[in-house]
Write a protein that binds this ligand. Structure first.
Ligand code: SF4
Length: 227
């Protein structure tokens, strides 16, 4: 009897990668390993705990349509889960929740939402045809929260969908895209796939600290905060 070969299904694109370095996203889609430090693992575990607490709080204080709502775009190969969808005056509001350390919280309070989180929220809006979203950022130390609200933005919808398309194209050809060098490389848990030594990485970042993705982001990242 002829042997049947099982063809592995390509990994779906997780929305959390929408605002990531493209090379990093493709590594994730191709199943490359990550070098996770004990601090990162601890932060991930804490993050899960904070998520659950926030979701429980929402259930007590809001009309909740769904928690951990699955979202899929089969054509574009995207699959993920929305932290929560609440109801406000009869309309759904998508919530993406993040807990961050106090330093990051201060940076976000001063400069606005990071591309990584803002892009994820806009990918949900784009593929789920939602018209309102909140990015909730909580300090793990003080438990203060920032809520950034959006009613969607055509710029962001196009940007995130283009990034997903590019990542999927590279996934199909199994070729990693060029590096998108920035200060983010210093915290990247796959940096060894891009640089031979940490000295080489640090010098590259020094010469190119600002992230320049393709398609480009405008200087102010196009973020429009309603409140
Ligand atoms: S080290 Fe830098 S260029 Fe390489 S995957 Fe990480 S963020 Fe991207």
């Amino acid at each position: 009897m002829a042997e049947t070969k099982t063809v592995k299904k390509p990994r779906s694109f997780p929305p959390s990668l929408a605002g990531q370095c493209l090379r990093y996203s493709v590594m994730e889609l191709l199943g490359f390993g990550r070098l996770l430090s004990p601090e990162t693992l601890k932060a991930m575990q804490d993050g899960v705990r904070y998520h659950k607490t926030y979701q429980e709080e929402l259930l007590q204080t809001h009309i909740v349509r769904a928690i951990e709502a699955p979202i899929k775009d089969i054509e574009r190969g995207i699959s993920g889960r929305i932290d929560a969808i609440i109801d406000q005056e009869g309309s759904p509001v998508v919530i993406e929740y993040k807990s961050v350390n106090p330093e990051k919280f201060s940076r976000i309070a001063a400069a606005g939402p990071p591309v990584l989180h803002w892009a994820q929220l806009h990918l949900y809006l784009a593929i789920g045809a939602f018209s309102r979203g909140w990015l909730v950022v909580e300090s793990r130390e003080s438990h203060a929260r920032l809520v950034f609200q959006t009613e969607g933005d055509p710029f962001w919808a196009e940007w995130v969908l283009t990034r997903v398309r590019l990542a999927r194209e590279h996934q199909q050809t199994k070729k990693l895209p060029a590096r998108e060098i920035s200060e983010g490389c210093l915290q990247c848990d796959r940096w060894q796939r891009c640089f031979k030594t940490d000295q080489e990485r640090d010098e590259a970042v020094q010469g190119h600290p600002q992230w320049r993705p393709e398609p480009p982001l405008p200087q102010e990242f196009g973020i429009r905060i309603i409140s």
